[in-house]
Design a protein around this ligand. Structure first.
Ligand code: 6PG
Length: 245
């Protein structure tokens, strides 16, 4: 099951339609459940979508007072570090939309990564009022995809790919020689909506592998994103979709 795949001729259309999709999920969530709980992704493509959401007219389409923002993954750096996903989202979106500070649920990424992951898991459980063994249903989990098939900070051949009993883990990524804090697959797969936003020719071979080659020599992390009963969306530009049949 690869979900609903949409290909846009121009990257600008990908960015605009992704932002509009987020708005429609936010409005449906607030209408039906009184709040919109989402997690953001790092990456250059998601960043362009955030900037679009932060600008008129879309910025007024979401009730930010009823919106709660989490991060699907974070680098193990202080919040002001150039690599911080929190900093990127703050600068490209959150500072512009007047979201209440207590609606922003940041990873304590300056802490020891194992502690930060445990603390984030505790924060999420407290927010949703759930105990161990129960997974929360985010209204939307936003994801990018790397050209190695990683998503969030679930990189190929890393320990986090196997974790089934945690919401959030510290994942050491050997190829980057760094620790990342990341949602796990069961966490992602319990979401009501999961939206991948992928652009550029550098991703086209991996997009073909992930979406068309179910018996790839090794399971690619992005292939393990299979929300049920939630909905999966892949929004691509023409370059990223170039190798799809
Ligand atoms: C991160 C992201 C990561 C990102 C992909 C795609 O923290 O780096 O969460 O999963 O979304 O690497 O990034 P680009 O859109 O910049 O290629």
């Amino acid at each position: 099951m690869t979900g609903e795949v949409k290909v846009f001729d121009r990257t600008e259309d990908l960015i605009r339609h992704s932002a509009e999709k987020i708005v429609s999920i936010a409005q449906e969530s607030i209408r039906n459940r009184g709040q919109f709980v989402c997690s953001l992704s790092g990456g250059s493509t998601p960043k362009e979508v955030y900037s679009r959401l932060a600008a008129m007219p879309l910025k007024e389409e979401i009730d930010w007072g009823k919106t709660h923002v989490f991060w699907g993954d974070e680098r193990s750096v202080v919040r002001t570090h150039p690599d911080s996903n929190f900093r990127m989202a703050k600068e490209s979106l959150l500072d512009a939309v007047g979201i209440p500070p207590f609606n922003i649920h940041r990873v304590a990424s300056e802490e020891d990564p194992m502690l930060a992951a445990q603390q984030y898991e505790d924060d999420i459980r407290e927010f949703f009022g759930i105990s161990d063994g129960i997974f929360p249903e985010f209204d939307l989990i936003l994801l990018g995809m790397g050209d190695d098939g990683h998503t969030a900070s679930l990189f190929p051949d890393t320990e986090a790919l196997k974790v089934q009993d945690r919401l959030v883990v510290d994942n050491f990524v050997r190829k980057l020689n760094t620790h990342r804090i990341t949602f796990t697959f069961p966490m992602i797969n319990h979401a009501r909506n999961v939206l991948f936003i992928v652009s550029g020719s550098a991703k086209s071979k991996m997009i073909k592998q992930v979406l068309e080659n179910s018996n790839a020599p090794r399971i690619l992390p992005s292939q393990l994103v299979q929300p049920k009963p939630g909905l999966l969306f892949w929004f691509l530009d023409k370059e990223a979709a170039a190798d799809l049949t």
